[in-house]
Design a protein around this ligand. Structure first.
Ligand code: ARG
Ligand code: ZN
Length: 876
């Protein structure tokens, strides 16, 4: 395999060694220029007396893609013989206990399409340094356990770049002539290099402020592209809500006098928590009712919260090394989840979280990239910003929270900050704080295994009822299959939340809710004085990230669905029922879908008391990916067609109830309120399902499209139109509405992303030809990650029929795009390859096709480490 660096090597957690030198302070001077930005770094070093480095006298600096101009040590210019320079490092032996190093180098931001380090996004200079991007800016120990205070001077043309920003507080501004301005920023909080940020551009700014609980006046500034101010207020309000929530729920306050957020169009991920200067993908900031859906708003709120919450969980206490990434990400995801749950619907938020686990994380853990939430070996760090580290990481924190309770958990958090504020620490340090703050109450020693063991445990259940003894027992067994990274698995501490109901749906009073703590391979739990065989609702609230192996009877499902008090559990039972029906259809083509299911659902839909947002979720079917995860090896077309058949069955059987919803939820003048969000959600879920009927009312869809005063209803109509056009063979409703949409929104890239995705996921006979056409659309470019994800990502992830077409054309298309992207943006390419490496559950012939494509990609000249790591693992 040909790669950039002959043979990319893995790094191992077990090889961690503390740095040979520590940094007292960093002073950067950055002279902005599109192709020749000059960077001067003045860094004061001291020997680390406690180093565990094997070469304690050698200073190893990371540096890539720079033109090194000069190195001087304590004022003496060094000759090239006095240091060693490679493509990735600069090493020297200073022979001093403390010294100053000045390094000058030159970089080319305008040609930096990887969007890592310093690059240009449109006309704006910006940075992304996590995980290892700082080494593309200057030579430095680019590792999170080296903390220093930063002073940053930015020199540039104030007409082109009226705003020149960096971390901390602006302490000076100096201009020579009309053409040059030098702005100086100082960040008093020592930080690792990955939290460094710089932005320079001509932007609009929304200003506001926040007063902390202890009276600090904080200036809030939100920078957006010119002309986009009307899309900024919601993100600003989200920031203020986040600040208040972190004070109220976690007792944590902000610690600088200014908090800035900049929205940029070219960004690899969602956003970045740089100290005092967050950089955001504009998609995660900008919203107004015409252009953003209700879900966009909620997504923005949660990401603004996420980055703000990092200020404590990430910045004040950071990671010792990148294997500990979940220390900050799992914990911060848990915090942003709780933020959204406290502000909105707890049940529906939980449903979204569980969907991510089931349709993405379980697949990752079952595939070649399986890793524990604290990985043990890594080739390319960017490949480990995963659903496992983030979302399963958050599930592990959530289990600890449920084991310790809110009070015990908050005591643990306080101790964690008391011990580690200002430090770079490990996941073990976090668990130790949780343990020590709850000494008598719990023992987390077995629980810790969640950090080191990968894979999804599956739980099987055997129930026994002894009528004579009136004793009911549940035997739970856990099994984690070997994963790509770990052949041997041990039992985990798994909290299984259950509830017992009588056959009439009464809560079995003395056993209403239990958490069964499964800690061995197999354990039996007994319940006394049970008058009849009960129905059990399992894994309520998704109390652990496991697969449940249990076949409910239809009667049990009907009873539990009606009886359950938990909204989440109701949804879970409905989903389980759907999956059981779809699987039965796959096994037996003659299988008749359950009419008991229909009447049970009809009750849920027509219940006047019901939470409409929850019912909307109940009306959505499990994704193809979620169902696929339940099979060893299967022709995916069988899942797709059984799922389609079941959807059509529901649409037909529930037609009058669904039409009832449409009648009851006629849109009112737009408001962003919980009540209206729920009303739009259920209306659009109903519209979508009704579109599966051959007599679906196209007029209804067109009317909603024409009259909508908000993007949620516009997209609801388009989604339904997409289905309707496929259902009624020669209809053109989707094409017509999409044309109108295109005319209206061309040039507005964030909105056009929605249009690209709708095109990419629409079912038709000529999807691939259409994709090729769309790549030429004026609103598409391979350079912008949002565009690439909207078109190519949506196709590969959300159009299973076309992507998995039997001739392999979908696989070939994606492979071609990945080869192109490898040269432009390796991180985006490596994210997009996911559906090509998770092939284990597909049939043999598809596996052969996919492997052929992977081998073809592997031949790409200058294959990035990012793709190299994933392809090697997939083909192993
Ligand atoms: N820390 C950022 C966040 O979760 C994400 C940074 C991702 N960077 C990367 N190179 N993958 O908020
Ligand atoms: Zn994060």
């Amino acid at each position: 395999m040909k790669t950039e660096n002959a043979n990319p090597q893995a790094k191992y957690l077990k090889d961690y060694r503390s740095p040979a030198f520590l940094v007292k302070s960093v002073e950067l001077t950055i002279e902005l220029d599109d192709h020749k930005t000059k960077v001067i770094s003045v860094v004061d070093y001291v020997k680390n007396e406690a180093t565990t480095s094997l070469e304690p006298n050698v200073l190893v600096l990371d540096g890539e893609q720079q033109n090194l101009l000069q190195v001087s040590l304590n004022g003496q210019v060094l000759t090239p013989e006095q240091y060693q320079l490679s493509d990735t490092n600069l090493c020297l032996e200073p022979g001093l206990a403390s010294f100053q190093l000045i390094i000058e180098s030159e970089i080319d931001p305008a040609n930096n399409t990887s969007l890592e380090g310093l690059y240009k996004s449109g006309g704006v200079f910006c940075t992304q340094c996590e995980a290892e991007g700082f080494r593309k800016i200057t030579y430095y120990q680019d590792r999170p356990d080296v903390l220093a205070t930063f002073t940053t001077h930015i020199i540039g043309d104030p007409k082109q770049y009226p705003f020149m920003l960096s971390n901390g507080n602006k302490v000076n501004e100096q201009s020579w002539d009309n053409e040059t301005l030098k702005v100086t920023w100082q960040d008093p909080h020592p930080k690792p290099a990955y939290l460094f940020a710089l932005v320079a551009g001509d932007l609009d700014v929304l200003r506001d402020n926040y007063t902390t609980k202890s009276g600090r006046e904080v200036k809030l500034e939100l920078f957006v592209d010119k002309g986009n101010l009307h899309r900024a207020p919601f993100a600003m309000q989200s920031l203020q809500r986040s600040m208040l929530w972190d004070e109220e729920r976690f007792g944590l306050e902000y610690d600088l006098d200014i908090y800035m957020i900049v929205a940029v169009d070219f960004f690899n991920m969602g956003a970045m928590e740089n100290k005092g200067l967050n950089v955001f993908n504009s998609k995660c900031v900008l919203a107004d009712p015409n252009s953003a859906t209700d879900n966009d708003y909620l997504m923005i709120e949660s990401i603004v919260g996420h980055e703000y919450f990092h200020n404590w969980t990430g910045n004040r206490v950071t990671c010792r090394d990148w294997f500990q990434l979940s220390l900050k990400e799992g914990l911060t995801v848990f915090r942003d989840q709780e933020f959204s749950m406290d502000l909105g619907s707890r049940a529906v938020n939980r449903i979204q979280q569980v969907k991510v686990m089931r349709s993405h994380q379980f697949a990752e853990d079952a595939g070649p990239m399986s890793h524990p939430i604290r990985p043990e070996s890594v080739i390319e760090q960017n490949n480990f910003y995963t659903v496992t580290v983030y979302d399963k990481g958050a599930e592990v924190i959530r289990m600890m929270h449920s084991i310790l309770g809110e009070q015990g958990f908050q005591n643990g958090m306080r101790l964690y900050f008391e011990r580690h504020d200002g430090q770079a620490v490990t996941c073990d340090d976090f668990v130790a704080a949780m343990q020590d703050a709850n000494k008598e109450a719990v023992d987390l020693s077995l629980f810790k295994r969640w950090y080191s063991q990968s894979g999804t445990p599956s739980i099987s259940v055997v129930e026994k009822y002894d009528a004579q003894q009136k004793r009911f027992s549940i035997t739970l067994s856990q099994l984690t299959k070997p994963t790509a990274d770990q052949p041997n698995k041990l039992p985990l501490h798994i909290p299984v939340n259950i509830a017992l109901f009588s056959q009439q749906g009464q809560v079995v009073s003395h056993a209403e809710q239990h958490v069964l703590n499964l800690t061995q391979d197999s354990q039996t739990f007994e319940f006394e004085n049970i008058d009849e065989q009960p129905y059990v609702s399992y894994l309520r609230d998704f109390s652990a990230p496991v697969q449940l192996n249990y076949q409910y009877s239809d009667q049990a499902l009907a009873t539990l669905l009606a009886a359950e008090s938990s909204g989440f559990a109701k949804w879970e039972l409905a989903q389980t029922w759907f999956i059981q029906q779809i699987k039965a259809k796959i096994t037996d083509k003659e299988f008749a879908f359950s009419s008991l299911l229909v009447s049970s659902l009809a009750k849920v839909i027509t219940d006047q008391e019901a939470d409409l947002l929850l019912v909307a979720e109940i009306l959505k079917l499990p994704s193809v990916a979620t169902i696929l995860a339940d099979f060893e090896q299967i022709d995916i077309d069988e899942i797709i067609s059984a799922r389609d058949a079941f959807t059509q069955f529901l649409a037909a059987q529930l037609k009058s109830e669904l039409r009832g919803i449409i009648e009851r939820t006629a849109p009112k003048a737009y408001e962003f309120s919980a009540e209206q969000i729920a009303s739009r959600a259920i209306r659009n879920a109903a519209l979508m399902l009704l579109a599966y009927n051959t007599d679906c009312e196209v007029a209804q869809i067109e009317a909603q499209f024409a009259n909508a005063d908000n993007m949620t209803d516009v997209l609801g109509a388009l989604g339904a139109a997409s289905i309707a056009q496929s259902t009624i063979a020669d209809n053109t409703v989707f094409n017509r509405l999409m044309k109108e949409f295109e005319t209206k929104w061309t040039g507005d890239s964030l909105v056009m992303d929605k249009w690209l995705s709708l095109n990419a996921t629409h079912e038709s006979d000529c999807t691939l030809a259409h994709l090729a056409q769309l790549e030429k659309h004026q609103d598409f470019t391979m350079q912008n990650p949002n565009r690439v994800r909207a078109l190519i990502g949506a196709f590969a992830m959300n159009n299973p029929k076309a992507f998995h077409s039997k001739d392999g054309a979908g696989y070939q298309y994606l492979a071609n795009k990945l080869i192109e992207l490898n040269a432009i943006n390796p991180q985006v390419a490596a994210r997009l390859i996911t559906p090509l490496i998770q092939f284990k559950n597909l049939d043999d012939s598809r596996q052969v096709l996919i492997k052929g494509e992977l081998e073809r990609i592997a031949q790409t000249p200058d294959l990035s480490k990012d793709l190299y790591e994933k392809i090697t693992k997939a083909l192993a």
